[in-house]
Design a protein around this ligand. Structure first.
Ligand SMILES: *Cc1c(COP(=O)(O)O)cnc(C)c1O
Length: 408
């Protein structure tokens, strides 16, 4: 043993009234929010370890009991409050959080599907969901089949005895077809098959999935719920206890959690989400209506327009549209011309995702993204996300670039 020759540290060496030294005290001050202190923000409760008052409390842990605190990975009061508010938004009972929207999608598969099962995915689904399904098919012994998003109750003919899950997306976030969700959900429920919707497009504001018979709702909170292009997160909201527990167990087994700092950013954005959504919706409608009159464009794919496939479903089931729509250019333009048009835009940034304050633009090659249904258009598809810039400036930006690059 070596002798400790360091000098005593003076003031820090004097025990306090507890008999503890400063170094111990700083660790065991047991800070609580003082009674009488009140403020609007949800406090940020960071934790890995959660402390049990006694061993009996630790031993009585039941993983199905959502009101017990267990470990920071699973929940702290901050993430719990976010889950509560998100479940309420969509009219669900339970909510689980994931590090991304895609992480939420992947948990639905791992929680509910096992080898030998069959999954149906709409042909217009978010591409990484398709890739996930294809990967499970190639490596984990499930089958994945793609269906016409406008199939309606015709989905019944595709259901096999081993079909366990039907994905829905409404509308498809690139090509904008709106399925008949109540019809598909009804047939699925009659046949004992779970339905999961990727409800990111509506943010849970413009479409309430559980009112239409859907079992599971996935959100990429990365989009409107964040609203700042600065948080990645996903949620799965459910109404059935058993489905929730299966998803929760998969989440626990995979060791998935979210940062409470990210949760607090979302809690800050949620109060103004509805106002933002409506502003995006108005501006997008203005620009989509104007683009319909442009000779360069043969189709505007916006579900609130009568010629959008599934428009009747949209009118019946949705209360708004948000900031996203696509256009199809006349086939006489080369891809190089379309690319030049996109790159000349000054206010529309080139980038994936949406839901923030900034306008975005992405070209898509749709025929390579689908397998079940032929794509009817020949010209290039470009998707716009309309941000919160002044809509007159956005229109001028598009107009300038159109007339510079899409002549003839
Ligand atoms: C963005 C998006 C996702 C995935 O969200 P991330 O948080 O980026 O993983 C899933 N579905 C749809 C429809 C999306 O637009």
């Amino acid at each position: 043993m070596t002798q400790d020759n360091r000098k005593p540290s003076g003031a820090l060496d004097k025990p306090d009234a507890n008999g503890w030294h400063w170094q111990t005290n700083i660790l065991h001050a047991d800070t609580q929010l003082p009674a009488g202190f009140a403020a609007m923000p949800v406090p940020v409760a960071r934790a890995s370890t959660v402390i049990f008052p006694d061993l009996a409390a630790m031993r009585s842990l039941d993983w199905k009991n959502d009101s017990q605190w267990r470990y920071g990975l699973h929940a702290t009061p901050t993430s719990m409050e976010l889950m509560r508010r998100l479940a309420a938004l969509e009219g669900g009972k339970h909510c689980l959080l994931f590090p991304s929207g895609l992480g939420a999608i992947s948990n639905v598969y791992f929680g509910l599907i096992q080898s030998g099962d069959d999954v149906l995915i709409p042909d217009n689904a978010y591409s990484p969901n398709r890739e996930h399904g294809d990967w499970l098919q190639a490596s984990f012994g499930i089958t994945v089949r793609y269906y016409d998003p406008l199939i309606g109750d015709g989905i019944g003919a595709l259901i096999q005895p081993n079909t366990k899950l039907i994905w829905l997306e409404a509308p498809g976030s690139v090509t904008m077809e709106v399925p008949d969700i109540p019809a598909i959900a009804r047939v699925a429920r009659e046949r004992g098959v779970l339905t999961a919707i990727d409800n990111t497009y509506s943010a849970g504001i413009a479409f309430r999935p559980f009112d239409h018979g859907v079992d599971i709702s996935v959100q990429a909170l990365t989009k409107y719920q964040s609203g700042g292009s600065d948080v990645l997160m996903g949620s799965v909201v459910t109404i059935d206890d058993d489905v929730h527990h299966r998803l929760k167990q998969a989440r626990m087994r995979m060791g998935v959690g979210v940062s409470v700092d990210d949760c607090s950013l979302l809690l800050r954005s949620l109060p103004n989400m509805q106002l933002r959504f409506e502003a995006h919706d108005r501006a997008a409608m203005t620009l989509a209506t104007w683009l319909k009159t442009r000779p360069e464009i043969v189709a505007v794919l916006h579900p609130a327009f009568e010629d959008c496939p599934g428009y009747q479903n949209f009118r019946r089931d949705f209360t708004g549209a948000g900031g996203l729509f696509s256009v199809v250019f006349d086939e006489r333009y080369s891809q190089a011309q379309i690319d030049a048009f996109i790159e000349a835009l000054r206010l529309f940034k080139i980038g994936f995702s949406w839901g923030g304050a900034h306008s975005l633009v992405v070209p898509y090659r749709v025929p390579s993204m689908r397998t079940a249904m032929p794509w009817p258009h020949k010209g290039a598809l470009v998707r716009f996300y309309i941000g919160l810039e002044d809509v007159r400036d956005l229109q001028a930006d598009i107009e300038t670039s159109l007339s510079a690059h899409l002549v003839g």
